[in-house]
Design a protein around this ligand. Structure first.
Ligand code: PLP
Ligand code: ZN
Length: 431
């Protein structure tokens, strides 16, 4: 098996696998990992992955990322640095499916990763690669979850980490994690896009290894969200995969995972990707409506902080993902995201606001007739409920008048009769 290489998606220029630069040295374009075909394909490749099981044991194959290592990073071998991560559940929940209007809806819950978001899948590969190239420090710009994941995996690797975040725009749980895991956390007066420019500059001029999703090794790890979901479905692809879309790393990774899966015979046909943006941060949806005639940049503004991105870095890669899967890109308003979140939360599942964009998006696509109610849909929940506790208390306790699904805490006198009264109220079925 020959080593993977990194190829510029703009100019085609190739650099070796162990080159630490995260952009094309000739034109500054984004890089993509090119794999040699794995030694086996089709049923034999499926069997190889299936025999490694779903999370047992203690070696790298206990990871839902490294179980697929032949098509993620086959050369990592002894350098693999894993928590382990992945092995996230695929959930069927009637209350959510009914709200969406699609009985076959499944939720791939990436909030079950070690630091509570899918970013761990990218970071296990990214930090493994940082060690392989001999990095002395790692850095990222972050709306929160990338920083949390980088901080944790840098601690695992024993590498110093810089996390650059926009002031006042990072949810409490995520900031707490970056501090707790020991990253040097730099708070910038500016938005995420500005933080990313700074991180990019720092990687070129200060020699720190950049671990934003422009880093192609991150995307190799994030491909496994899709690979693992396909495996959980017995390699029978769904009709749609719905994903929240911010900086577009995941959208790009999903497209790459699917086209490779077809090329190597893991699946015979491709699901369609639906990328869902928040209406206040929807430059990709704007481009899609114009047939991707041009790239847009907006001043982003959404409560779903993880997708509050105005100039998505992986734009070109994501355009290809949408084209190759006959996908769609839509935008959903914040109030629908919050309603979807309340439905997911009250089903006992729970997710952070950005994650609920996929559920709100699935509902919009059903209503528009783009997706049929009988279609098999996998909606990705990208992050855990506790990432953003302020969003929860705001929705349930602070919005006036209370939204229909608000669950206000009730103050009572310290007596049994008050509890009895509340017991009757609690027995009413939730709306
Ligand atoms: C990073 C993130 C996203 C956005 O993913 P992109 O790859 O940037 O499009 C969505 N939801 C959560 C919870 C995230 O952490
Ligand atoms: Zn190039």
């Amino acid at each position: 098996m020959s080593d993977p290489s990194q190829r510029c998606t703009a100019s085609g220029h190739e650099i070796p696998e162990l080159d630490p630069r995260t952009r094309c040295p000739q034109c500054g374009g984004l890089l993509e990992i090119r794999h040699a075909p794995p030694g086996v394909s089709g049923a034999a490749l499926r069997r190889l992955f299936d025999e490694r099981g779903g999370g047992g044991g203690t070696g790298p194959h206990a990871s839902g990322v490294w179980r697929f290592r032949e098509i993620v990073l086959p050369t990592a071998a002894d350098a693999i640095l894993t928590y382990p991560e992945g092995n996230t559940p695929l959930l069927a929940r009637r209350a959510v499916a009914e709200w969406v209007g699609a009985p076959g809806l499944l939720l791939k819950h990436e909030g079950h990763n070690p630091t509570g978001s899918f970013k761990d899948r990218g970071m296990t590969v990214g930090v493994t690669q940082a060690r392989r190239v001999g990095a002395t420090a790692v850095a990222c710009a972050s709306t929160g979850n990338t920083g949390a994941a980088l901080a944790a995996y840098a601690a695992l690797a024993g590498l110093p980490a810089l996390v650059i975040v926009p002031k006042g725009q990072v949810a409490l749980g995520k900031l707490a994690q970056a501090l707790a895991y020991g990253a040097r956390t730099l708070v910038v007066a500016g938005n995420f896009d500005r933080c990313l420019e700074l991180a990019d500059q720092a990687s070129v001029e200060l020699g720190v290894y950049l671990l934003n999703s422009i880093n192609p090794f991150r995307l190799e790890g994030q491909k496994t969200i899709v690979l693992e979901a396909l495996q959980q479905l017995g390699w029978e692809p769904p009709d749609w995969i719905v994903v929240p879309a911010g900086n577009l790393g995941n959208t790009a990774a999903f497209g790459k995972a699917l086209t490779e899966a077809r090329e190597w015979g893991l699946v015979a046909r491709l699901p369609r990707i639906a990328a869902v943006q928040a209406a206040g941060a929807a430059p990709f949806a704007l481009s899609f409506r114009e047939g991707f005639a041009r790239r847009h940049r907006v001043e982003p503004r959404t409560l779903a902080t993880a997708i509050n991105v105005g100039n998505p870095a992986s734009y070109d890669r994501a355009v290809r993902a949408i084209r190759e899967t006959d996908g769609v890109v839509i935008a959903v308003p914040d109030d629908e995201i919050l309603e979807a979140k309340a439905v997911v939360d009250a089903a006992g599942v729970g997710c952070e606001p950005a994650s609920a964009a996929s559920v709100a998006g699935a509902r919009q696509l059903i209503r528009a007739g783009t997706v049929r109610p009988g279609d098999r849909i996998v909606a990705v929940l990208t992050g855990h409920l506790l990432k953003d506790p302020a969003a929860v208390t705001h929705y349930h306790q602070e919005i006036e008048p209370p939204p229909p699904r608000a669950n206000r805490p009730v103050e009572i006198e310290p007596r049994l009769s008050d509890i009895a009264k509340q017991l009757t109220a609690a027995r009413l079925p939730a709306s």
